[in-house]
Each structure stands twice: as C-alpha cells, then as structure tokens.
Design a protein around this ligand. Structure first.
Ligand code: PEP
Ligand code: MG
Length: 878
C-alpha cells in the first residue's frame, strides 16, 4: 500500500498545491523553485490537520515519522542539527491555511532553543545578548501559543526587570539581564504547569505543530471563517522553516512590503522595516518602523536585490504581492509572499492597471476583486461643508480609508454590544489583537494608539473595508478608566468622535457623512462586470429615494417593493390602524379609501424614479398587529381619534394577538380574509402606472407580487381579484397597459408544488428569508439567540439567513425552478431575499438559471460583480 504523503520539503511543492500546502507553504515552495533565497524547511499538509481532527486530536505515528524524516533532510540542507549544542538548527512554526487568515492563527519563532543550544548560538554568533533575547522570546511565545500561559505574565516579568534596572526599552537590557529574564520565565512556567520548560526540541516541535492544528478551531478562527466563507474542513497546513535572524545587529533587520500601495493601489513599493529586530516586532506594531526607501541608504545591496525579487514575484503571480523578508548579517531572505490584502480602492486600481499594463485580461481582473470588499466604497464619506468647519484633535496613520462617525468605546465587547443595540460605534484601543475581532466587525471605525500601517488593526480593517486610523500616538489613552486625552481635552466612553481613514485625522465631534458615487476606476471596472454577466441585478426599494440610489448603483429594476413599509409613516398609520380594527367590510373600505391616494402617490414616485425599468410591487405581507399600538397611552389616543371606547379597542387588539405571527395571519392570507385590501392595492398600482405612462411616456409593465403563497388555489383566488380590478381600470382609462401577476416562493409547500403554482403565476420571486425560516423551522427573529452555539460546535458554519443554505433551501429553489419551467417554459425567475446580495449565493442563483437577483441598493454593485464572476467561472467550467 502506498503511504500517504503528509509532509513536503519546500523543494517538493509548488504554487498549484495551495489546497494541500496552504497559501504560505505553496508560495514558499514556489519561491524555492524560482531560486529566490528562502530559509529552507517543510510543510505539514492541510490533510494532516484534517486527519488530526478525524483521529480525535491526535497526531498519528505516520505523520510524526514523516515530520522527523523531513526534519532530518532540513538538517542536511542547512548543515545544522536540531538540539546540537555547537551548531543548532532553530525553526519557526507557522500556520498557513489555503487563504490567509491574518492574526487568526499562531506563530512560534526560535524553536529548538534550550539551556544548551542557547549557548551554542551565543558562541556561533559571538553575541550572547542576541542568544538570550531569542531564548526568552521563544519561551514566551511557546508558552503563550502552544501551552496557553498568558503573554501578559511574561510581559510583567520583563517590565519588572527593566524597572529594576531603571531603563525604558527592551534594547537597554544586556545579556546578563536577559539571562535573569530567562530564569524568571522558566520559573513562571514551572509555577503554571507544574513541570519544567521542555528542553527536548522534538517535544517542542510536536507541541507547536499540535498547537497550530488546534488553533484552527479557536473561537477567533471560527468567527473569521464565518465572516469570510471559509469551510471548516479545509484545515490549516503547518510550515516549519529554519530561522534566520533579523536581530543580529545593525546589518540585520526584518520587514514587510507590498509591491503596490495597499491603500491606494499606486504602483510603487510600499513597506516598512526595522533594523535589528525580529518579525513579530513589525507585525505587532510595538516599535515604529522605517519606510522601505530608507533601506537604500542603510543596506544598498540588499535594497537592490529586494527590489529585483519583488518585481519578479509580482510578474510571476500577476498580482500585487505582500512579502516578508529578513536580512541576517547583510544577507537577504524572503520568508513569505502572498497576494496582498488591499483596500477596495486599491483593489480596483490594481485590477484596472494590470489590464492596462497587459498583465491580465479583463476577465482575470474581474476575478481578482472580492465582491464583498466593494462594500467599503458604497458607504459614506464626510460632508465637505461640515468637514471644512471641523478641526482635527489628532492625526494618526491613514490605515484603511473611508469616513466613520460614532460613539467611542474602549473594549471590543462593549463596541459589539452597543452596536447590537443599534448604536454606531468607534472602537478605540491601544493596539488591537485577534481577540478584538468581533468588536472590530461591529465598529464603523477603528482607532489605535500604537502600530504602523501593517499592524494587526490596519491589516484586519483593510480586509474588512472598515475605516481605520492607526498609530495615533498623539492621543493618550487610559483603557482602564475608559477615557482618552487629545488636544488637551478628555473624551470618555460614549462621546461622539469621527475618523477619516484616508487622511488619518481624528475629530472630537460628530461629522455628517454623505453617500458615495461610482466613478473612475470603480466605474470602469463595473462596466467590465456588466459586459460579462448574464444575471440581472435589481434592488429592494420601497421609496423613490431608495429607488434613485439603487439606479445610481446600477440596479436594473426593483425586485421587491415592500408596500407595508409605507404604512408605517406617521401620516398613514392612523388610517392603517383604522383598517385593522374595523368591525365590518364597510368600515374597512372607508379606511382603505383614505390609504388609496397615499399608496398611489408612493407608486407614482417610484415609477418616475425607475423610468422604464421593471418594478415588482408586493402586496401587504406582515401580520396586522405589527401596526397596532402597544403602549396604554397610544391606545387611548387611537381610541379617541377613532371615536371608540378604550376597552373596545383594547379587546380588539388582544383578539389580534398571535402565538406565531411569522406563521400566522399574514401575506396572501390577509387578502383571503379581506379581499378589499388587495383591491385597494391593485387600484393604487394600476392607476399610478397609467398616470406615469401617460405623463412621462415610460413603458411601464406593473409586476404585482402576491406573498406567502403555499397553494395554487390560494394564488388563483387573489389573482382573480387583482385581474378583475386591473382590467376594469385599464379598460376605462383607454391606455394600453400590460401587467404581470406573480408570486413569491417562500413557503416550502409552494416550492414543492411549483408546477401547480406556475399555472397561475407570470413570475416567481424566491423569498429566501422566509423560505430559510420555514425550511429550517427556526424564526428569523429568534435564531440569533441560539445560532452562536451552533457555530461554536461546528454544526452550522454560517448564518443561513445571510448565505443561502444550498444543500437544503437551495434544493427547494432548484426544485421550484425546474417544476416552474415544466409548466411555463419562459417563467420569469428572481430572488429578493437577503441572499440576493451575498456573493456565494449569487453564484448559486446564476447556476440554477434565475433571471435576476434583487438586493438592498447598497449591495447592488456587489451583486453585479458576483454575477460577473459567476458567469466567468461557469464559462471556464464548461
Ligand atoms: C423573503 O421572505 O425573503 C422576503 C423577501 O420577504 P420579507 O423579508 O419581507 O418577508
Ligand atoms: Mg417573506
């Protein structure tokens, strides 16, 4: 039997093996093949990680053996030996999933150090301080990452030693001080673990590999995966790489760089480095790094070589690269390269530039931009007039562009819980760490006091498209008391501040923000997307204002106009309430008469805004009691307005109470009980259409949509009412007006009997919100309370209300499409649930052959790009 290979030397892999070796491993292999100087080592595959979980969190014998073999080969290649006291091999252990997950997984450096090898390193380098500094860093990192002893406890020890010596910086500690630190660190280890710090490098290695595997399932990684559609069964690879040292003196250093500016996309090397430092110093943002251009003066040879290799890597990968490098005593090494994370602006500029430079085709460029990223371009910037009047209270680094205004909070938990209560929040932290991810997601903007352009906050914010100002050292923060001081003024939790992520400015007041526009690179890129996509994109819009916004963002029609949203207006709600509490049909008709002109005006506004574009208007959907007052005082007021007794009104309201309103008297069921509601709505739609057609000459074909249908006869009943009224009005008007009557498919029974339903429906629009709710049997409003437990336990990996459950709900959609087409070959098919703006769901809808998706106006560009990508991908699969 052939033995499965779980471990690959860098020289055995290549870039196409990303699924198996992870992104980092595949690129290390590729760089090795290209002859770029890479410290050698090996990659333990993602399949080994999956097997680790399958085997009950145990690393099997065969994997251990293969690791030991690869280690022996690495010893041969480097001429160093693991645990050798004269010439020890030291390695780094890093995670590397298929796609990069910044900050989610953990890294251990300097592995292989122990009480003996540290002396070997000291002798070899002639630098005892360096050796002990490396050892203390290793003990700290290993104990934190592999064992789980809090990092803070080690930092406290380091601070103590510095204090004793009366110095401020780590660099002020000499070899003797660091030896003391090592002794104290090891004591702490014994105290915490009840055993000595492991001296056997192989034991250190296996614990670290296991820690990386384990970190795949830490809560931060699970949250990140859910936010980024990464399946849990991918697993992570582990990279074991021989160490090179950037902290070996003034001719050593370490840095990160991008081949283009990740904030703007400008074509120029953009990076930072620190002389005499190790990798984590740059990423953690603890010391402030130098711009890469300075390297030209400090180490010109290395600079030139670096620039040549960077250019080669970009040309090779046909994309902007994000590289990590280390210079060890004048010799340059590349530790990593990957396609760099970038802001949405930069992503678009780079994609368009690469096409214009002849590197990519338009279709390749379209696949380079993550549709969800466009979101950050579709959100407000500051109102220019208000901005002119505002004076910044501090300036930091413009780490992730955009404008944000909100109340300031000092912890991720508080930011998250305030956001959930509907507040717009800004998260301020000394520096962020992966634990802060949920607060960062909730925040409109992120402000950090420490850290450079590649600090955790900056990288994560850019990835999420959230505005971020980093490294704002002018602000003095007191995290404990939840205050900060800027320009001499103290700000406390809950105060309004505003951030400009494009300039780095921080303002101590609320500044109004304004809606964005699609122009420049964005406009050009979206034109390319429109050229290739076949799926149409409409918007869910209920008002002329939303309709206009949707058209500006490229919507080709309205796929869902929820008429009930208009009912909530202050001037309408009395008439709506009157209709609901009516005792008989006459009373109800009188109330509906009052609503008719208002609804007609709404529809006129929408038709005018949409011109010739199609508009689907859905009839009343929610349970009626949603419109009724709940407070005593409001009930009293209504009873007075309506001239009925308080008690009478109260008992009517009580009688409308439902145990399961989501599955109660709503949707078309309301029309079955009260046909006059559908009569009024039909009248409003048809009269509005005739009016606008006459006045403006637009070619309007009203699309009337009946919600919550589960039975063909039910639809027929409502449709007959619509047709009767519509035909009467049209005949009288003398205007030639065509119209369509269709239905939502949002009750599972409708999907299963779609062939019958299609006999009565000119079109289907999938209401995937309700279809998800009813297929899973859990409420849209309550599922938030328990879904988290499901994510934690890996039962569900994502929120099915945001991303379509293709295996279950998707099957119903597919079934309904097939059955619908069997009855009515050319039936128009769309979807208007939340999933219409979710890229992976859009791809599914393209593949099952829908004609359009409809989503909120702000997600229209996302859906346009997702539809283009779906078309390109399905073409390439044929
Ligand atoms: C749906 O159910 O998917 C839908 C679009 O309707 P609503 O969200 O208004 O119930
Ligand atoms: Mg619905």
């Amino acid at each position: 039997m052939e033995v499965k290979k779980y471990v690959y030397l860098f020289s055995e892999g290549n870039a196409s093996m990303r699924n198996l070796l992870g992104g980092k491993g595949a690129n290390l292999a590729e760089m090795t093949n290209l002859g770029i100087p890479v410290p050698q080592g090996f990659t333990i595959t993602t399949e080994a990680c999956t097997k680790y979980y399958e085997d009950g969190e145990i690393i099997s014998e065969d994997i251990i053996n293969q690791i030991m073999e690869a280690l022996a080969k690495t010893e041969e290649i480097t001429g160093k030996k693991f645990g050798d006291k004269d010439n020890p091999l030291l390695v780094s252990v890093r995670s590397g999933a298929r796609v990069s997950m910044p900050g989610m997984m953990d890294t251990i450096l300097n592995l292989g150090l122990n009480d003996e090898t540290v002396q070997g390193i000291a002798k070899l380098t002639g630098n005892e301080r360096f050796a002990y500094d490396s050892y203390r860093r290793f003990i700290q990192m290993f104990s934190d990452v592999a064992i789980g002893i809090e990092k803070r406890k080690f930092e406290d020890i380091l601070d103590e030693v510095k204090e004793e010596k009366g110095v401020e910086y780590d660099t002020d500690l000499d070899a003797e001080d660091l030896k003391k630190v090592v002794i104290k660190y090891k004591k702490l280890y014994v105290k915490e673990m009840g055993e000595e710090f492991p001296q056997d490098p192989k034991e250190q290695l296996m614990s670290s590999v296991q820690a990386v595997f384990k970190s795949w399932n830490n809560p931060r990684a699970i949250v990140y995966r859910r936010l980024n559609d990464i399946p849990s069964n991918w697993g992570t690879a582990v990279n074991v790489q021989s160490m090179v040292f950037g902290n070996m003196g003034e001719n050593s250093g370490t840095g990160v760089a991008f081949t283009r500016d990740p904030a703007t996309g400008e074509k120029k090397i953009f990076g930072e480095y620190l002389i005499n430092a190790q990798g984590e110093d740059v990423v953690a943002g603890i010391r402030t790094p130098q711009p890469i251009s300075r390297l030209e003066q400090e180490l010109p040879q290395c600079y030139k070589q670096f620039m040549d290799i960077a250019a080669r890597l970009e040309a090779h990968y046909k994309d902007m690269q994000d590289m990590e490098f280390t210079i060890e005593q004048g010799k340059l090494y590349f530790l990593q390269t990957r396609n760099g994370k970038r802001t949405a602006q930069a992503a678009l500029k780079i994609a368009v530039d690469l096409v214009e430079e002849g590197v990519l085709t338009k279709e390749e460029a379209l696949l380079k931009v993550e549709p969800k990223q466009l979101d950050s371009l579709l959100h407000p910037t500051f109102d220019a007039e208000e901005l002119k009047k505002a004076t910044p209270i501090a300036k930091g680094l413009p780490a992730s562009p955009g404008a944000a205004c909100g109340k300031v909070y000092f912890t991720a938990q508080e930011a998250k819980s305030r956001h959930e209560k509907g507040e717009k929040v800004i998260l301020i932290r000394l520096e962020t760490s992966p634990e802060d991810i949920e607060g960062m997601v909730a925040a409109e903007g992120i402000l950090t006091i420490r850290g450079g352009m590649t600090s955790h906050a900056a990288v994560v914010a850019r990835g999420m498209g959230t505005c971020c100002v980093a490294g704002c050292g002018e602000i003095k923060i007191d995290e404990e008391n939840k205050t900060f001081i800027a320009s001499g003024k103290t700000y406390k939790e809950g105060d309004y501040i505003s951030l400009d992520g494009s300039t780095g400015n921080v303002y101590g007041t609320a500044i109004k923000t304004v809606a964005p526009e699609i122009s420049g690179y964005f406009g050009k890129f979206m034109e390319w997307a429109d050229e290739v996509r076949t799926l149409k994109v409409r918007a869910n819009a209920d008002t002329p204002k939303d309709a206009k916004q949707a058209v500006q963002f490229g919507a080709e029609g309205i796929g869902l106009c929820r008429t009930e949203h208009m009912f909530f207006n202050e001037d309408r709600i009395p008439a709506v309430r009157e209709m609901i509490v009516s005792e008989d049909e006459d009373q109800r008709r009188r109330a509906l008469e009052k609503l008719l002109p208002m609804q007609r005006e709404d529809f006129i506004g929408i038709y005018e805004a949409m011109e010739d574009r199609p508009v689907t208007i859905r009839f009343l959907d929610p349970p009626l009691h949603e419109f009724l007052p709940t407070e005593e005082e409001d009930i009293k007021e209504l009873s007075e307005d309506m001239g009925i007794s308080y008690e009478h009104l109260k008992s009517t309201i009580q009688s409308l109470h439902e145990f399961n309103p989501m599955m109660g008297h709503r949707g078309c069921r309301l029309t079955v009980s009260y046909p006059e509601i559908a009569e009024m709505q039909t009248r409003a739609v048809i009269e509005a259409a005739i009016h606008v057609k006459k006045e403006k000459g637009y070619d309007i074909v009203p699309e009337i949509m009946i919600p919550l249908v589960g039975e063909a006869k039910e639809l027929k009943y409502v449709k007959d009412i619509v047709v009767k009224i519509a035909d009467e009005i049209i005949a009288k008007s003398g205007v030639d007006l065509k119209y369509l009557v269709g239905t939502m498919i949002e009750v599972p029974r409708a999907a299963v009997t779609a062939d019958e339903i299609a006999k009565e429906a000119d079109f289907f629009s999938f209401g995937t919100n309700d279809l998800t709710q009813m297929t899973f049997g859990f409420s849209r409003d309550d599922s938030g309370k328990f879904l988290n437990s499901y994510y934690e336990k890996n039962i569900y990996e994502f929120d099915p209300f945001q991303k379509l459950d293709q295996d279950g709900v998707g099957k119903l959609v597919k079934m309904a499409v097939d059955l619908g087409k069997k009855t009515r070959e050319n039936i128009k098919l769309g979807i208007c649930g939340e999933h219409g703006g979710d890229p992976s769901s859009v791809e599914f809808f393209h593949n099952v052959g829908l004609n359009y998706v409809s989503c909120s106006p702000f997600r229209v560009p996302i859906a346009r790009l997702a539809a283009a990508q779906a078309a390109i991908k399905s073409k390439s699969q044929k």
